[in-house]
Design a protein around this ligand. Structure first.
Ligand SMILES: Nc1ncnc2c1ncn2[C@@H]1O[C@H](COP(=O)(O)OP(=O)(O)OP(=O)(O)O)[C@@H](O)[C@H]1O
Ligand SMILES: N[C@@H](Cc1ccc(O)cc1)C(=O)O
Length: 471
């Protein structure tokens, strides 16, 4: 695998291009609410704005799909705009029906609280890492970054009284509009075809909660743009409607009289798998940011295995590499796809952005060692063992296992299947890829293949590699 020189003259690319047109060119924008030209104009004339995106605490960790809207926020952040992330301590109790065919399972209070804490730390780290990643790579002497805030919407919802809410805000909320949202119509039509068990009142009212969040942040914190996945369009528009209906009718707007920007909504296209399914928790195909759920190496491998046709798209979405740089990487990539030029840059950059430079370097080292063409000749066993040990990808084995037992325990195949694969010549051990074993090895013979007297690299077929700590 080769290393590529990237990030040349990045500063100029950031300071001159309009942020919205750059985001559009990078494929990060699906819809922008009107009047879009006024938004562009105020950004171009130097207005500093505040943007927000919310995440509900429905899992322990955010995932790559959630990072797509966060990348929009990151682009604004490095240009000096302020960012707010809402963690839905309140909305998470209700459950967003957007993009879902069924209601969510109920979650224990404690689990939700843990999720709120984990996701808050992850988002803090994401923007901190994003800032460091950007600062490492650009050359501006005095870069202007924004500020990143985290809010839990339970902080304001816990004090909202239902009667007051209905009396004050209820009259500004139109049932016709609520009924016309995609999240509602799709569930209602599925119900009439008796495909689901209907839409709960809690889910129906979810859009009001998100609308009020936007109103709250707009009036109290000067947030003027909400960003989300395309499935959030209805909820975002509900917020814009509420703000516009209340503007002028509410004293809180006095404080924002001079505000010229907003309210606006920007959505990102939903990231889907090759067969069109949204990446996410509900579909069960998420790659999580929590290194205990998906290690930096998993993340690196995920991006390293990106299809050729998606590589340029992902470089645009998930990295801050200048577009010119991405074009030139793509050109080199298309000259010889088997070199995986695009995928190696993509995997290293995203791992660095999310987990940091050391983790990205380690993931690259392991990947070269285990999968690279010339990996095994240049790899130092002790270094590899050290890196493998602290990256959490080693499985535990025993020095008294023979090869058959190791396959059964680690690759989870039956004894019969393990024997068949050995006889077939599809099992090899050690760093060298061609070291095929055609009969069972006793524990002593197997231990001869350990690197640093501790780690066994076991390969099954072309795809599967298991690094095992034999103790
Ligand atoms: N695959 C995706 N592509 C782009 N944006 C996404 C994707 N998945 C989630 N998002 C966005 O991330 C934000 C937070 O999403 P949310 O907390 O609902 O996660 P989720 O994975 O969509 O959850 P679930 O699958 O349970 O509905 C939303 O703006 C959502 O639209
Ligand atoms: N509804 C969003 C999360 C969210 C919660 C509160 C908000 O104010 C905004 C967004 C989702 O499910 O993805």
């Amino acid at each position: 695998m080769k290393h590529f020189k990237i990030w040349t003259r990045i500063t100029r690319c950031y300071s001159t291009k309009s942020v919205i047109s750059e985001l559009e060119q990078r494929g990060l924008v699906s819809q922008i609410s009107q009047p879009k030209d006024i938004l562009i104009q105020s950004l171009d004339t130097g207005s500093k704005i505040k943007l927000y995106c919310g995440v509900d605490p429905t899992a322990r960790s955010i995932h790559l799909g959630n990072l797509v809207p966060m990348m929009i926020l990151l682009h604004f952040y490095i240009r000096g705009h302020d960012i707010v992330n809402i963690i839905g301590g309140a909305t998470g109790q209700v459950g967003d029906p957007s993009g879902r065919t069924t209601a969510r399972n109920e979650m224990l209070q404690q689990e939700r609280l843990n999720n709120v804490n984990n996701i808050s730390s992850q988002l803090k780290r994401f923007f901190q890492n994003g800032k460091e990643y950007y600062l490492r790579k650009q050359t501006d002497q005095s870069p202007k970054l924004g500020t990143h805030f985290i809010r839990n919407n339970l902080d304001w919802w816990k004090d909202v009284n239902m009667l007051d809410f209905l009396a004050h805000y209820g009259k500004h909320i139109r049932i016709q509009q609520m009924l016309s949202r995609d999240s509602v119509t799709s569930r209602l039509s599925a119900t009439s075809n008796s495909k689901t068990d209907g839409l709960g009142f809690n889910e129906f009212t979810y859009q009001i909660l998100q609308a009020y969040d936007f109103y709250h942040l707009y009036t109290k914190e000067g947030v003027s743009v909400q960003v989300g996945g395309n499935d959030q369009w209805g909820n975002i528009v509900a917020g814009i409607d509420l703000i516009q209906r209340l503007s002028g009718k509410d004293s809180t707007f006095e404080a924002n009289k001079n505000k010229k920007v907003g309210p606006y909504g920007i959505t990102v296209p939903l990231l889907t798998t090759a067969n069109g399914i949204k990446f996410g928790k509900s579909a069960g195909n998420a790659i999580f940011i929590d290194p205990k759920m998906n290690t930096p190496f998993d993340l690196y491998q995920f991006f390293y295995n990106t299809l050729d046709e998606d590589t340029e798209k992902f470089l645009n979405i998930f990295t801050l590499l200048p577009q010119e740089e991405i074009k030139s990487i793509s050109e080199r990539h298309s000259q010889n796809r088997s070199l995986h030029v695009g995928q190696s840059v993509l995997a290293k950059e995203v791992t660095e952005l999310i987990h940091g430079p050391k983790e990205a370097q380690d993931a690259e080292y392991i990947s070269n060692a285990l999968f690279g063409d010339s990996g095994s000749e240049t790899v130092d066993g002790d270094t590899l063992t050290k890196i493998l040990s602290h990256t959490g990808i080693l499985q535990n084995g025993h020095k008294d296992w023979d090869l058959l037992e190791t396959l059964v325990q680690i690759a989870k195949v039956s004894r019969k299947e393990a024997r068949r694969r050995i006889e077939q010549g599809s099992v090899s051990v050690g760093l060298q890829r061609g070291n095929t074993i055609t009969e069972n090895l006793s524990p002593d013979l197997l231990n001869n293949h350990l690197i640093s007297n501790r780690v066994l690299i076991l390969r099954l077929g072309k795809q599967k590699v298991y690094p095992i700590l034999m103790e």
